[in-house]
Design a protein around this ligand. Structure first.
Ligand SMILES: Nc1ncnc2c1ncn2[C@@H]1O[C@H](COP(=O)(O)OP(=O)(O)OP(=O)(O)O)[C@@H](O)[C@H]1O
Length: 353
């Protein structure tokens, strides 16, 4: 049966809530005996949004439809001379200028959220002085990676996430006395000698701060984009600013800022209080022309569930907090995808001579 072409133009104009842009030509429509079947092929994963999008499409077209949501995730370009990593389409560095703002907690929940959206995801814990991803994902203390051909690590997997961490290669007794080049050398070795299996996104939990290690890593690792985690506190914002400037210096796009511990919600009365100040992440994002990806509350559950090795996205998949992590994950994927589209456009250069 032929499909009314007007349906396609109506769908193309529908606004993607993850980008605030029209969806464009992502649609295919088929009409058969059982009704209208609509297929959307997005450049980022968004499976948790399928039902809501189906409802929006039905309201738009004024009739019931069956929506099939597909994804075609591409590798975005990376900075400078760093060559791409086998088995990995996109590396996303999660960084904070300051320690203790919740970078590791945000990384693990973001990675789990991305996997729930339908992507293949990995985490490299590069926080060598306090590797915590193993604990956050509930790995036993004596977990070790597999080894293949005496040359490659095979990453352990938890909840569909492939994970490599310095904690898998050392014991609690091993002093983490590495400095500068030794630390970056060890990390580069773990990154490149791990057999990552067909990942759409590899999240790197960066060491906190903006010193030599962070700068060298940012230059050597083929990163497609970065996410900066901050609290709304002035001091954390100052450090986050340094983080953004570091990424700008090495030409890594900052996909956005996540404001963590933004308000405290009282578990007794539900009253929300901005303990660390208000709207700091938003102001920072505006100052640098990057997106504010989302705000997480200071929540006892986020901490308890992370400590118990079952982060909130796993423990409470239907909670408001998980919905925030899902929204951040989709925005990260969408922003990266829009960048890869921009980069594939021909660039017209201007020269002085
Ligand atoms: N939104 C939140 N609400 C409540 N507690 C949180 C939140 N985010 C993180 N935490 C808690 O704050 C502590 C520090 O978090 P986390 O280890 O993720 O920070 P970090 O920035 O990675 O720290 P480091 O600099 O040591 O690597 C942890 O106990 C964690 O459970």
């Amino acid at each position: 049966m032929s499909v009314n072409p007007q349906l396609l133009s109506q769908l193309a104009a529908l606004v993607d809530l993850n980008t605030n842009q029209p969806y464009g030509d992502v649609w295919q429509v088929q009409e058969n005996a059982s009704g209208l079947s609509v297929i959307a092929t997005l450049a980022y994963p968004a499976q948790t949004e399928r039902d809501a999008l189906q409802t929006r499409v039905e309201e738009l077209l004024g009739q019931p439809v069956t929506l099939v949501l597909q994804q075609d995730i591409k590798a975005a370009s990376t900075q400078g001379a760093a060559s791409s990593l086998k088995g990995v389409k996109n590396i996303i560095a999660v960084a904070s200028g300051k320690g203790g703002v919740g970078k590791s907690t945000t990384t693990v929940n973001l990675a789990l959220a991305m996997a729930r959206e339908g992507a293949k995801v990995g985490i490299l814990d590069a926080d060598i002085y306090g590797p915590s991803q193993g604990l956050l994902l509930g790995f036993a203390g004596d977990t070790r990676p597999g080894v293949r051909g005496e040359q490659f690590f095979v990453p352990p997997i938890a909840h569909c996430i492939q994970v490599m961490s310095m904690a898998f290669l050392t014991t609690k007794e091993t002093p983490m006395a590495w400095r500068g080049p030794m630390a970056t050398g060890a990390l580069m070795q773990i990154l490149t000698q791990t057999e990552w299996q067909d990942l759409d996104y590899l999240f790197i939990d960066m060491p906190p701060g903006t010193g030599d290690i962070q700068l060298t890593l940012s230059q050597k690792v083929p990163v497609s984009g970065s996410v900066v985690v901050t609290t709304p506190q002035d001091i954390a914002l100052l450090d986050a600013r340094r983080g953004i400037e570091m990424f700008n210096k090495v030409n890594i796009p900052v996909l956005g800022v996540v404001e963590n511990m933004s308000t405290h919600i009282c578990s007794n009365c539900g009253h929300a209080e901005a303990i660390f100040g208000e709207e700091g992440g938003k102001a920072l994002a505006a100052e640098y022309g990057v997106e504010e990806l989302g705000k997480l509350p200071l929540s006892l559950n986020i901490r308890k569930q992370a400590d118990a090795g079952k982060p909130t996205v796993l423990s409470e998949p239907d909670s408001d907090v998980t919905a925030i992590y899902q929204s951040i994950a989709r925005k990260v994927g969408a922003t990266l995808a829009s960048r890869s589209e921009q980069f594939s456009m021909p660039v017209i250069g201007m020269s002085d001579d």
